[in-house]
Design a protein. Sequence first.
Length: 210
Amino acid sequence: MTSTPTTDGGLTGFVTDLVDRLGGPGAGLAVALENLFPPIPSEVILPLAGFAAGQGRMSVIGAIAWTTLGSVVGAVALYYAGVLLGRDRLRAIAGRLPLIKVSDLDRTEAWFHRHGPKTVLLGRMIPIFRSLISIPAGVERMSLPVFLLCTTVGSLIWNSVFVLSGYYLGANWHEVEAYAATFQKLVIAVCVVAVAAFVAVRLVRRHRVR
């Protein structure tokens, strides 16, 4: 039976070795850790699990199930981190940040109360936000069953796309990472532009008030 090929050392090497040794449970563990330690690349874990399924080391359904379970476990850990942080601590921190107003949090909370489930579901399919979205859900004490449902559905869709890509690409599974990296760079660029626009608007308003 063919062993899973490694791409390089470091985190990627750690992930490939984990999947190679433990199969589905290893992929699930790696995905759970990816939620807590973002430098671990899900864009490597998921197609790699798909490739391993193609080699007969696990079934495709098993690969998707294990990685989705790992996603949910990691998300729940961050949800409770948000619960421990709490609204009061978050507001105290925001009050000490330049250009941030407590009223900004009020508007954000109101928006999250209206669109929280959709935000969690869609957020599980966006790089960077995939992990971070669990924290505000915990801060706002979103219903745990609702959070679990949205997280599971969003993770299932994301994981299925990447696992199946790795399954059908076979030995070329690592090509998926290049496309995912491009998507991630686009998300980062949009975030940078949004933050820059926010800062610019706040500075202009502050200057006008003065």
